[in-house]
Design a protein around this ligand. Structure first.
Ligand code: NAP
Ligand code: ZN
Length: 369
C-alpha cells in the first residue's frame, strides 16, 4: 500500500539556489514561467538566471501569467515552450505561475490536434510525458510545489477547476525566505490562510490517514508560530523560510487527501467576485470548522491547540482581522453557485454531510446574508 508519496526533492535555506546550483542541470534549455512582477520583485528570477548562465544552460522567459490563470493562456505558454524547444520548465511565483507551469509542461509535449483537445488536460492520459519542472515559490500558501494539482480558470464552465496528474509533480523545489520576505502584507495574510485551510481541510478530510495527520500536525505547529507576525506584519528572512516550509507541508497533506468544501465553495467567490484564493477560503473556514467540530471534536481541538487559539471563535476573530473585505452578495447568485459547488467531489470527503441546504447555509452565514 502506498503510504506517503513525496516525489519532489525539496531544498531549503538561505541562498538555496546558488548553494545547489548543479541541481538545475536537468536539461539544455529552460522555459522560465513567472508572473508579470513576482519573479522580478522577489529576486528569484535574477537568482535563477544567474545560475543558468553560470552553468551554460540556455533559457527563455514567459512572464505573462495572470492571477488565477485561464486554460487558454496556459495553452499559449505551452505553445511558446514548444516553439523555444525547451526541455524543462522552471516555475517562479505564487500558486498562479506554479500551477500554470504544470499545464504548460503538459501542453508543450501534447499540442491540441486530432487526438488531444484543450480540455483533455483534465483526463490525465497524456500521450507524451510533460516536461520536467523545478519550482521556486514566492508566496507561502498554495504548496503547489509538492502537489499534483493545477487549478485553472475555465470560462466555459464559469468556474475554476483543477486537473490532477502524478506526472506534474515538480522534480525539485527551492525554498528561501528571501523570495517572500518583501511581499505586500495582504498577500502574505491571504496566502497564510490558504495554507491553514489546506492543513485543516486535509486533517479533517475523510481521506486523511495517520501518516497525513502527522504531516498536518507538523504543518499546523509551524504555521501556529506566525500568528503574531501576521498581525504585526514583521518577519525575518528565517521566518519567511519557515512559512514556506509550513506551506510545503500543507501541500504534501492535500496531495494525499485533497481539500474539502472550503475550497470548492471558495472558487465562485474568486471567479465571480475576484476575491483572492486564500481570502475566499478564509471567509468560509469558521462555518466549516463549527460543523466539523460536531463530528471530530478532538481533531478541531488539536488544530486550535497547535495554532494557539482557545476556541473556533477566537480563530474566526483572527481571520476577520487579517482578511478585511466589503463585498456585497445577493441571495439569488449564491443559490446559483450552490447548485454547482454541491456537485464538486470535495463534498464527498467532507466530515459532515455537505448537501445543497448545508452549503447554502454556510454561504449565507459566512457572507452575512
Ligand atoms: P498568486 O495568484 O500566484 O499571486 C497573487 C499576487 O501576489 C500576484 O499579484 C503576484 O504577482 C503577487 N506576488 C507573488 N509573489 C510575490 C512576491 N514575492 N512579491 C510581490 N508580489 C508577489 O497567489 P497565490 O495565492 O500564491 O496562488 C493562488 C493560485 O494558486 C490560485 O490560482 C489557486 O487556485 C492556486 N492554488 C493551487 C494549489 C495547488 O495545489 N496547486 C493549492 C491552492 C491554490 P504576479 O501577478 O506578478 O505574479
Ligand atoms: Zn488553496
Amino acid at each position: 500500500m502506498e503510504k506517503l508519496l513525496v516525489p519532489t526533492k525539496v531544498f531549503m535555506g538561505n541562498d538555496v539556489i546558488k548553494e545547489n546550483s548543479r541541481e538545475f542541470q536537468i536539461g539544455k534549455k529552460a522555459f522560465i514561467v513567472t508572473g508579470k512582477s513576482s519573479g522580478e520583485k522577489s529576486g528569484a528570477l535574477k537568482d535563477v538566471c544567474d545560475v543558468l548562465f553560470s552553468l551554460g544552460i540556455e533559457y527563455s522567459i514567459f512572464d505573462k501569467v495572470n492571477n488565477n490563470p485561464s486554460i487558454e493562456e496556459v495553452y499559449e505558454g505551452g505553445m511558446e515552450a514548444k516553439k523555444e524547444n525547451a526541455d524543462f520548465i522552471i516555475g517562479i511565483g505564487g500558486g498562479s505561475p506554479l500551477d500554470a507551469s504544470k499545464a504548460i509542461a503538459v501542453y508543450a509535449k501534447n499540442p491540441v490536434g486530432d487526438d488531444f483537445s484543450l480540455y483533455d488536460i483534465y483526463n490525465d492520459n497524456f500521450k507524451n510525458p510533460p516536461l520536467p519542472m523545478i519550482a521556486v515559490p514566492t508566496t507561502a500558501g498554495t504548496g503547489s510545489e509538492t502537489t499534483q494539482y493545477s487549478i485553472l480558470t475555465l470560462h466555459k464552465e464559469k468556474t475554476k477547476k483543477s486537473f490532477a496528474s502524478k506526472s506534474v509533480f515538480y522534480k525539485k523545489a527551492f525554498l528561501d525566505g528571501k523570495y517572500n520576505l518583501n511581499i505586500p502584507l495582504f498577500i502574505a495574510r491571504n496566502t497564510y490562510v490558504d495554507a491553514l485551510c489546506h492543513l485543516i481541510e486535509g486533517y479533517t478530510n475523510k481521506k486523511s490517514t495517520p501518516d497525513t495527520d502527522e504531516v498536518a500536525e507538523k504543518g499546523l505547529a509551524v504555521m501556529g508560530k506566525f500568528k503574531e507576525n501576521m498581525l504585526s506584519g514583521e518577519f525575518t528572512r528565517e521566518d519567511c523560510t519557515e512559512l514556506l516550509y509550513g506551506s510545503m507541508l500543507a501541500g504534501t497533506v492535500i496531495a494525499h487527501t485533497g481539500t474539502t468544501i472550503v475550497h470548492s465553495m471558495g472558487y465562485p467567490l474568486t471567479y465571480y467576485k475576484n476575491i483572492p484564493h486564500g481570502r475566499a477560503n478564509g471567509m468560509l473556514l469558521y462555518e466549516y470548522m463549527k460543523r466539523t467540530y460536531e463530528q471530530l471534536p478532538e481533531k478541531i481541538n488539536k488544530v486550535l491547540e497547535l495554532l494557539g487559539y482557545t476556541s473556533v471563535l477566537s480563530l474566526s476573530e483572527f481571520l476577520s482581522t487579517v482578511l478585511p473585505g466589503d463585498e456585497k452578495f445577493d441571495l439569488e447568485e449564491i443559490k446559483e453557485w450552490t447548485q454547482t459547488t454541491v456537485k464538486a467531489k470535495n463534498a464527498t470527503v467532507c466530515p459532515f454531510t455537505a448537501d445543497y441546504d448545508t452549503e447554502l447555509e454556510i454561504f449565507k452565514k459566512s457572507l452575512e446574508l
